[in-house]
Design a protein around this ligand. Structure first.
Ligand code: GUN
Length: 287
């Protein structure tokens, strides 16, 4: 069998178009343009690329975007003061602090993220949003897992009643993915580095999500024939070569559908960030 390849580009375009239309309607009806602030401290080259792409996406969709650049030497107090300003800035409906923070600020990461007004928390990292997602209330949801689930829906892959296995238990991907799939009535198992006989569990999955951070971790013998395999890993194995967590060549001979890396779910993250910014603006207008 050769799997259907789920290209992120196709699904990202649909999500972006939905966000663009919603933003346009909001502007027409209320005069408000959704606005996103991206805060970056220091000069991590990969982060700078991601941040540029976020501003570009805002421009393309007609969203307001604000770049907040702090030096590598910024203090915890300066960063918190900046977030306080943005929490009160009426032009801004979404705030994203680009991670990782510089080493000197790393210990303050939780404090910084939790300072963001939950209504503007477009990363969905604030405990209020984490809690709301887990009890099934309207919440801002982390962009990567939200994008993956939206892609499954757009691709017509059934979630209700499916056996879903998530490998990885991070707060950014694994745990919110578990909650999103559970909310849609999948039977969800979360595996991690201490899981025993991992392959026996993954072979049960109709939907297998890999978010481990290890190149080629998911091999063909771990996949049930016909399963949908979502690869959230982005691993740099050479200066210009990125690979996922899944052995794409071998697994695509077994799976029914599979996302490639690059060109897979990575593209959904920014699309979902745009959607979250519009959602945040709408929620703030109706408050
Ligand atoms: N750096 C890498 N991924 C992410 C993300 O999802 N959100 C933020 N804020 N920073 C990141």
């Amino acid at each position: 069998m050769t799997a259907r390849i789920l290209y992120g580009k196709e699904f990202a375009a649909k999500i972006r178009e939905e966000a663009r239309r919603e933003a346009e309607r909001l502007r027409r009806e209320t005069g408000v343009t959704p606005g996103l602030a991206v805060v970056i401290a220091g000069h991590d080259p990969a982060s700078e690329v991601y941040v540029r792409n976020k501003h570009k996406a805002c421009d393309e969709l007609g969203l307001f975007s604000l770049a907040v650049e702090l030096p590598e030497t910024a203090t915890r107090e300066e960063l918190l003061a900046k977030i306080d300003d943005l929490n009160h800035d009426e032009r801004i409906h979404g705030i994203l602090v680009q991670l990782p923070l510089p080493k000197a600020l790393a210990a303050a990461e939780s404090e910084v993220l939790f300072r963001i007004d939950p209504a503007k928390d477009v990363d969905g990292f604030h405990p209020v949003n984490v809690g709301r997602l887990s009890i099934g209330e309207a919440a801002l949801v982390p962009c990567t897992p939200a994008g993956c689930v939206r892609m499954l829906e757009l691709a017509g892959i059934p979630i209700d009643g499916a056996r879903a296995v998530v490998i990885g238990r991070s707060n950014i991907v694994g745990k919110p993915m578990m909650n999103l799939l559970l909310q849609r009535s999948a039977t969800v198992t979360v595996c991690h580095s201490h899981t025993k006989d991992l392959a026996a569990i993954t072979r049960e999955a109709d939907i297998l999500v890999a978010a481990v951070g290890r190149p080629g971790f998911v091999t063909a013998d771990m996949v049930k024939p016909g399963a949908t395999v979502i690869d959230v890993g982005i691993n740099r194995v050479a200066p210009k070569k990125l690979v996922g967590d899944v052995d794409f060549e071998a697994v695509s001979e077994v799976a029914g559908a599979i996302t490639p890396v690059p060109g897979g779910v990575g593209l959904l993250t920014i699309a979902m960030l745009m959607q979250n910014t519009v959602t945040a603006a709408k929620l703030q207008m109706t408050k």
